[in-house]
Design a protein around this ligand. Structure first.
Ligand code: NAD
Ligand code: WQD
Length: 342
């Protein structure tokens, strides 16, 4: 069995990816210091897969603590690096925390890749590296615009660090995955998005409004030049996203990569407006959402969606779920999580 270290394995995308890796025959260890997660997620993973994953409660900005994981697990073949702070808003007021956490974690893991001869490294990047892109859909070669936030800059810097590392370390395969808007939950509703910080992303805001945790929600702008005036995004179901990591690891392990530094956009390749997303939620749940049109949110890009052909052709990855599947699973997860906590 190929052993994979998942950093941020108790977080949203990391936990779903662990499930997909186990389902596909990988052995997994996790490192997560619960900065934005809860150890209960390990129970959810076990209930789905029947396997108890060992999580190291280590801060990746601590190099010695990070090294210990590799000393105990000399057979780690690959790393999937999710661990990062990810709130765009928070990063604007706390840029140093974002640079320290996200960059030092990456640098420490890369030091271990070098020292312990790890062959494969997959990095969580983001469509936010493109900023306000001039062309749609965006391809992996669409030039980056100025980063819209310190968070986005940590992703641009992370990619640049990895590119330089790949030149100096030709025997390590680096795969950079640029996620568009991840949403939804595992179909079992045993795991899902459960951040410690207050959610500000569209789908959790919708489900929290529908269940009554919020009185109402705002649609940030209906006067954009789009088909209904609201912003367009590419919402990708978290289980489709999870599977792209498994496929990327298989791609690297089987040496199917043409270069040791490759980049893939991960989106469904279609744009959905905010109002369409709300209507999809209302359709699949039969609930009326209490929303009102508000002013534009500062820093929002008008429209962004992916060209995902590179991932389709090279990784053999195809997302199979749409916005309705996202809303169905996000809602089941909201119902279950609220029932457990009440
Ligand atoms: P998340 O916050 O749910 O998960 C990240 C996990 O990393 C958390 O469990 C947190 O406790 C852990 N972590 C953070 N810093 C750590 C440290 N120093 N040491 C150990 N553990 C640490 O976030 P997510 O949504 O699962 O995102 C995963 C990755 O994907 C991140 O790198 C994020 O930037 C990226 N990404 C997320 C989105 C999104 O919308 N969710 C979109 C694009 C990219
Ligand atoms: C989506 C759309 C909002 C909340 C962020 C990060 C990006 C990436 C993905 C990490 C926008 C609208 C939202 C609400 C609304 N993350 N909206 N009312 O901004 O596309 O991207 O997550 O890498 O870097 O910036 O996602 O879910 O916040 O917003 O109308 O209460 O929903 O204006 O058009 P965003 P989002």
């Amino acid at each position: 069995m190929t052993k994979v270290l998942v950093s941020g394995g108790c977080g949203y995308i990391g936990s779903h990816t662990i499930v997909d890796l186990i389902d596909n025959g990988f052995e997994v260890v996790s490192v997560d210091n619960y900065l934005n997660s809860d150890k209960n997620v390990l129970d959810g993973i076990e209930a789905i897969t029947g396997k108890r994953v060992n999580n190291y409660d280590v801060d990746l900005t601590d190099l010695e603590g990070t090294r210990d994981i590799f000393r105990e697990n000399e057979d780690i073949a690959g790393i999937i690096h999710f661990a990062a702070l990810k709130s765009v808003n928070e990063s604007v007021s706390k840029p140093l925390e974002y640079f320290k956490n996200n960059l030092n974690s990456l640098l420490n893991l890369l030091q271990c890749v070098k020292d312990y001869d790890v062959k494969h490294f997959i990095f969580s990047s983001s469509c936010s590296v493109y900023g306000n892109a001039d062309e749609l859909p965006v391809t992996e070669t669409t030039p980056w615009a100025e980063a819209e936030s310190p968070y986005a800059r940590t992703k641009q810097m992370g990619e640049n660090i990895l590119k330089d590392f790949s030149h100096a370390n030709p025997s390590t395969n680096i795969v950079v995955l640029r996620y568009f808007n991840p949403a939804g939950a595992h179909e079992s509703a045993l795991i899902g998005e459960a951040p410690i910080v207050v959610a500000s992303n569209l789908v959790p805001v919708i489900t929290e409004t529908a269940i009554g945790k919020r009185d109402e929600m705002k649609v940030f702008g209906d006067d954009y030049e789009t088909r209904d005036g609201s912003c367009i995004r590419d919402y990708i179901h978290v289980m489709d996203l999870a599977n792209a990591h498994t496929k990327s690891m298989e791609y690297a392990v089987e040496s199917r990569n043409a270069s040791n530094y490759e980049i893939f956009n991960l989106g469904i390749g279609e744009g959905v407006t905010v109002l369409e997303a709300i209507h999809a939620f209302e359709k699949v749940t039969g609930k009326q959402l209490n929303y009102k049109i508000a002013g534009r949110r500062e820093g929002d890009v008008i429209a962004i969606y992916a060209n995902n052909q590179n991932a389709a052709q090279k990784l053999g990855w195809q997302p199979s779920r749409n916005i309705e599947d996202i809303m169905k699973t996000a809602w089941s997860w909201e119902l279950r999580r609220t029932a457990v906590h009440s």
